[in-house]
Design a protein around this ligand. Sequence first.
Ligand code: CA
Ligand code: CA
Length: 170
Amino acid sequence: MMFYAICFLFLVSHILVCEGRQGCQNGWVTSDDSCYLFADEIKLDWTEATHFCASHGGSHVATIENEAELLFLEDQCKRLFKQGTSRDHWFWLGATDDEVEGVWVWYTDHSRLSDGYTNWYPGQPETGDKNNQDCACLWGPISYTWHDCHCELKSHFICEQSTSEQEIIG
Ligand SMILES: [Ca+2]
Ligand SMILES: [Ca+2]
């Protein structure tokens, strides 16, 4: 009997721990240690998107640290947009070279993209361009590669926040 009681307690505590790890708020989806909100029904320019995310629990426009994260986001975006080849189908990422042309950084911590994982489309970003494309976007029509886009364009975007931050707020 004691054995079963211990097993039951272990099970309950394990479930609680598991649920705690998945602590994303309603409307957000979780993967690994992050919660994501897909703004697939509104379009904002890059700066407005950063403000939107900040006002939603202090989150940030998504940063992609590795291939697994990209594949997850790609999968979700495809689910949201059945007609994935539409030119309308792209999302802001939280990277910019607004401060120093050609030096792309994640705006959350100013870490350089060149020091980590990237998935730029060949020939992108167009460093030193005269077109002032200073904000990174996840471009659906070309296999979710990364491109430098005009920051003032209106687009969908993804907000991201660590699960631990959402638990503190939630
Ligand atoms: Ca991330
Ligand atoms: Ca640029």
